[in-house]
Design a protein around this ligand. Structure first.
Ligand SMILES: Nc1ncnc2c1ncn2[C@@H]1O[C@H](COP(=O)(O)OP(=O)(O)OP(=O)(O)O)[C@@H](O)[C@H]1O
Length: 251
């Protein structure tokens, strides 16, 4: 589904990604971990096509198409969803209206009939239950004054509505209390199936107790320096990153 080959990227004059290789197949969940400043958010942002980042080398293909050539909105239409670390606020536009437009644009792009107001509300109610989100929140302007946990929950709601093939969840555990962490994780788990894939960027093994990954990768200095299964996350939780940094330094 997603193949990243030797991806390099910089912001301003600072080179951040130094050759990322990653293969994600349908149905898989990959967790990306790593020390602060190693490039995790940058990788997510490059996949989303955020303009500030300049790709300086490598390739990314999504279902055989060159992802890096696509405009950010086309990436979303093709089925890539990125939950931003700090989602934008859109004053004056309710979350419901925002979602209705987004869902119908994607349906049109995929050649599916658009949803009228009644059908949209039906789908919305069903997805709201998945992430246990309150309608009062969805009536408010998008993200305006939302708490950290509300923003995160709303992102998972957006993901449920947009039914992406690949979801990139960036630090989705930040700002969530323990109950919200479970609700969001349950929402993600209910959305998992054989044909979609998830990349979750996280600092905490705790999240991976709920969203159980097939693979865990450690990003350090802009490269994936170690990959393993969920046991690797447990090892990192127990031992920290120093042993990995040492392994890298003797190479
Ligand atoms: N706009 C920018 N200008 C200069 N440097 C930047 C900019 N954005 C990111 N960086 C630098 O790029 C490096 C990687 O940042 P990134 O946010 O991708 O790391 P991260 O692994 O997600 O970190 P964290 O775990 O702390 O969230 C950091 O050293 C950061 O300071």
């Amino acid at each position: 589904m997603l193949t990243i080959k030797n991806l390099q990227a910089k912001i301003g004059e600072k080179q951040i990604l130094n050759g990322i290789n990653l293969e994600v197949k349908p149905g898989e969940v990959h967790a990306i971990m790593g020390p602060n400043g190693s490039g995790k958010s940058t990788l997510a942002s490059v996949l989303a096509g955020r303009e500030e980042y300049e790709v300086t080398g490598g390739e990314v293909s999504f279902e055989g198409k060159d992802l890096l050539e696509m405009a950010p909105e086309d990436r979303a239409r093709e089925g890539v969803f990125l939950a931003f670390q700090y989602p934008v606020e859109i004053p004056g536009v309710s979350t419901i209206n925002f979602m209705k437009t987004a869902v119908n644009q994607i349906r049109e792009y995929r050649g599916q009939p658009t949803l009228d107001a009644v059908s949209f509300l039906g789908v919305m109610k069903e997805k709201m239950k998945l992430v246990e989100i309150d309608q009062a929140l969805l009536n408010r302007a998008l993200n305006e004054g939302f708490s950290g946990g509300e923003k995160k929950r709303n992102e998972i709601f957006q993901m449920a509505m947009l039914e992406p093939k690949l979801a990139v969840l960036d630090e989705t555990d930040s700002g969530l209390d323990i109950d919200a962490l479970k609700i969001v994780s349950n929402g993600v788990n209910k959305l998992r199936n054989k044909s979609n894939a998830v990349i979750v960027v996280t600092h905490y093994q705790r999240l991976l107790d709920y969203i159980v990954p097939d693979f865990v990768h450690v990003l350090y200095k802009g490269k994936i320096v170690k990959s393993g299964t969920k046991e690797l996350a447990l090892e990192l939780e127990a031992k920290g990153y120093d042993w990995i940094k040492e392994e890298v330094s003797v190479l």
